[in-house]
Write a protein that binds this ligand. Structure first.
Ligand code: F6R
Length: 249
């Protein structure tokens, strides 16, 4: 695991975009899993700009969603599908076979997870996973206590996730469960990129990165990942010891 501390969100996002771009240049058949949410938003915008400006061939790349709220339609701006459609799928004009998002309104969430597992496995597994970290240490909707061995699964949401998740929605929204790629996907992905910015993330980043890995803080699994890279801004890094930081640009 490598930790890179950047002066601000813009620099962190530029670095993340560069890494995503490098991934598809190195392996034009890359399979990437992408989180929604505030942390990766600017990185995706910069990535799309870079790919289009440089004319990088992404026609063989595949993108999958990290997770989705159950009961939330893809037309709802708070859904992960809406976020990924607007930030990745539409701007890159992806072909239908090049991406798979979770359907939050599926009558059979378990089958939805199995279909996602098959989609990823048929393409040889994940090459890069881009994730944020929840205030409770979750990755995707792998909430505290989730076993490491799970692939995509249906998840009951932690109270903290139900409360914090309201920030994505225009009005009070019932958020009780989700579907998510599992920590086994996270551990098996060739590379994982964890993004965290802002002072609110400082405490959980310190627990995830400097305390022994524990199921109580799912993001601490990144300590077990040889291809794990954490990009933080100075605020999110403010409780880390200097020894943890590989470089300050
Ligand atoms: C979203 C997701 C979540 C978020 C996390 C941080 O698809 O998987 O785990 O990454 O809750 O959210 P933000 O980035 O909004 O702080």
């Amino acid at each position: 695991m490598v930790i890179d501390c950047h002066p601000n969100y813009e620099a962190l996002s530029r670095h993340a975009a560069d890494m995503m771009h490098e991934q598809i240049r190195e392996n034009p058949r890359s399979v990437m899993a992408l989180a929604a949410g505030d942390s990766p938003r600017l990185a995706y915008t910069l990535f799309v700009q870079q790919v289009l400006a440089e004319g990088t061939d992404y026609s063989q790349c595949t993108f999958v969603a990290l997770d989705e709220w159950l009961g939330i339609d893809h037309l709802n701006p708070g859904s992960c599908a809406y976020f990924l459609n607007h930030n990745i799928v539409s701007p890159l004009n992806l072909a239908s076979g090049q991406y798979r998002l979770f359907d939050g309104t599926t009558p059979n969430p378990q089958a939805e997870c199995e279909a996602m597992n098959r989609f990823i496995a048929l393409r040889g597994g994940l090459n890069l996973m881009v994730v944020g970290i929840g205030m409770n240490g979750h990755i995707g909707f792998n909430e505290p206590g989730t076993p490491l061995q799970l692939y995509a699964h249906v998840a009951a949401l932690d109270t903290s996730t139900m409360v914090v998740g309201q920030k994505y929605f225009a009005g009070q929204t019932v958020l009780e469960a989700g579907v998510t790629l599992g920590l086994q996907h996270f551990l098996e992905s060739d590379k994982v990129l964890l993004l965290a910015n802002g002072s609110l993330k400082a405490g959980i980043i310190q627990r995830a990165l400097e305390q022994p890995p524990t199921l109580s803080v799912p993001a601490s699994a990144i300590q077990l990942h040889a291809g794990g890279r954490v990009l933080v801004d100075q605020e999110a890094a403010s409780q880390l010891s200097p020894a943890s930081l590989s470089k300050i640009p």
